[in-house]
Design a protein around this ligand. Structure first.
Ligand SMILES: [Zn+2]
Length: 260
């Protein structure tokens, strides 16, 4: 039996700028609902995998009248525009540089971010008084695609689209399992499920290798994975201070240095 629909933009609260008031947790839940509808297979707790964002996009074109196109989106303030939603033209654009070449890892997150704008923001867009981009659209370059802290109206829109995108392509339900699996696959067997930084180069190297494994699982950029690890509090940093004997053992060169 189909799960009843819970996200209803008419029942949301809006702020004075007509931006929906949504917590990170609510955004996670909306993304989960979208996945339940279009690709429930990515929500299996012990089976993390790539979210088929382009299939979701196709589903939205059928159900919501959205059009989708690749194109050369140009630049904004010397930054490449990677994605764009034109509410007036009911069209979601992705830059053609995401189709092939070195930026393909950004396709997942960019497409998910623009889907977030379409799902979360198209209902109240006609009431917005603040300035948006050309032809009633939101354009996204690399800085806006990773913005998490900015209390301007535009900053809130980006925050919401970014939290939604993270949850869509790396679902909370199996992300911690994916971290643990990545760690076990590369031979880390202690404290799995949590990236533990103890101030040593080895800790940083382990983190890098875990992110590389997750990059393969979710087919997305390292930056997107790092943000997901941080926002789900899966990185634990040990305070730098440690007993001198341990510090010396961790840094072999110091063992031979005499104090005076
Ligand atoms: Zn955006």
């Amino acid at each position: 039996m189909a799960t009843p629909r819970r996200f209803d933009p008419r029942r949301l609260k809006y702020d004075a700028d007509w931006i929906p008031i949504l917590s990170a947790n609510q955004l996670e839940n909306i993304a989960t609902e979208v996945l339940e509808h279009y690709c429930p297979q990515v929500l299996k707790p012990n089976h993390p995998r790539k979210t088929p964002v382009l299939e979701i996009l196709q589903g939205l074109t059928k159900r919501t009248g959205l059009k989708f196109a690749y194109g050369d989106l140009g630049f904004r303030n010397e930054q490449k525009i990677l994605g764009k939603v034109s509410f007036a033209r009911k069209t979601l654009f992705l830059d053609q540089c995401l189709e092939s070449g070195p930026l393909t890892k950004r396709l997942q997150f960019t497409a998910a971010h623009e889907i977030g704008h379409w799902i979360l923001h198209r209902h109240s867009f006609p009431r917005w008084k603040f300035t948006i981009d050309r032809d009633g659209s939101l354009e996204d370059d690399a800085p806006s695609l990773h913005k998490l802290l900015d209390s301007s109206p535009r900053g809130w829109l980006e925050f919401q689209a970014n939290v939604f995108a993270s949850a869509l392509i790396m679902p909370r339900v199996n992300f911690e399992f994916a971290v643990a699996k990545a760690q076990v696959d590369i031979g880390i067997l202690k404290r799995v499920g949590l990236v533990y930084l103890n101030g040593t180069p080895q800790g940083q190297l382990d983190k890098f290798r875990v992110i590389e494994e997750l990059e393969k699982t979710y087919d997305t950029s390292k930056q997107a994975i790092e943000i997901r690890l941080e926002t789900l509090n899966l990185i634990e940093v040990q305070p730098v201070a440690m007993p001198l004997r341990d510090a010396v053992n961790d840094w072999p060169d110091l063992k031979d240095i005499s104090a005076f």
